[in-house]
Design a protein around this ligand. Structure first.
Ligand code: C5P
Length: 227
């Protein structure tokens, strides 16, 4: 009964987490949303006046890293794990547009990345894991048995994210979301430490026009080839 690591990377709102959750459920694997971890560190920095839209005390965040405890707790009612920051469920707060606007600045910091990458590697040590993010196939699990790289047009992605936020009752404008998606992609792809790039051996999926079922079937056949 062989277990593998599935690494899913790609730009913002390409549907990585939707497909990752579906795969994890089907395979009975652990699902880890690494974006949630970077978002939780960002929320910590916001709550402790370390970052806002005008200023960022990077050294203070680095000093505080050992005070930031992240954990995932499975919520059976939802069927997936929720993010906890120092024992508090922050699943709703970390998805806000305010966090989205600052997270890429926080995730540029090497010390932040080092801490989170270590924790992610620990979670995957027994394999049987689906992890999504920006550097999973390149940095966290360079030896992952299956690496996927998801893409979709910026417009399709912004529509997706906009609907998610409207559905949960947030008051946001479509243009604000489109701008945020593009800005994060720019920072994430151009940063020095672990930029978002497709791993050489990753398989690319453009799901702009691909239905979820078709995508799932195609990826499952890649999984089965590796089991
Ligand atoms: O996946 P999600 O859109 O929630 O990620 C939020 C942000 O966290 C990304 O825009 C990126 O700046 C950062 N991130 C990262 N490395 C990862 C996952 C997320 O830098 N592995």
């Amino acid at each position: 009964n062989k277990k593998i690591i599935i690494a899913i990377d790609g730009f913002s709102s390409t549907g990585k987490s939707t497909i990752a959750k579906q795969l994890a459920k089907h395979l009975n694997y652990i699902y880890v949303d690494t974006g949630a971890m970077y978002r939780a560190v960002t929320l910590y920095a916001m709550l402790n006046d370390i970052i806002d839209k005008n200023s960022f005390d990077k050294q203070q965040l680095i000093n505080d890293l050992n005070l930031i405890q992240l954990s995932f707790t499975f919520n059976p009612a939802l069927g997936f794990a929720e993010m906890y920051l120092n024992g508090v469920n922050v699943e709703k707060e970390i998805r806000s547009i305010e966090v989205s606007k600052l997270v890429s600045k926080v995730s540029e910091i090497s010390e932040v990345r080092k801490k989170l990458v270590q924790e992610q590697q620990q979670m995957g040590k027994d394999k049987g894991i689906v992890m999504d993010g920006r550097d999973i196939g390149t940095v966290v699990f360079p030896d992952a048995e299956l690496k996927l790289f998801m893409t979709a047009s910026a417009d399709k992605r912004a529509v997706r994210r906009y609907k998610e936020l409207i559905d949960r009752g947030d008051n946001v404008k479509y243009d604000e979301i489109l701008q945020n998606v593009q800005e994060r992609d720019r920072i994430d792809s151009s940063r020095k430490d672990s930029p978002l790039v497709k791993a050489e051996d990753a398989i690319e999926f453009d799901n702009s026009d691909m239905g979820l079922n078709e995508q799932f079937e195609r990826i499952m056949s890649l999984v089965n080839d590796r089991l």
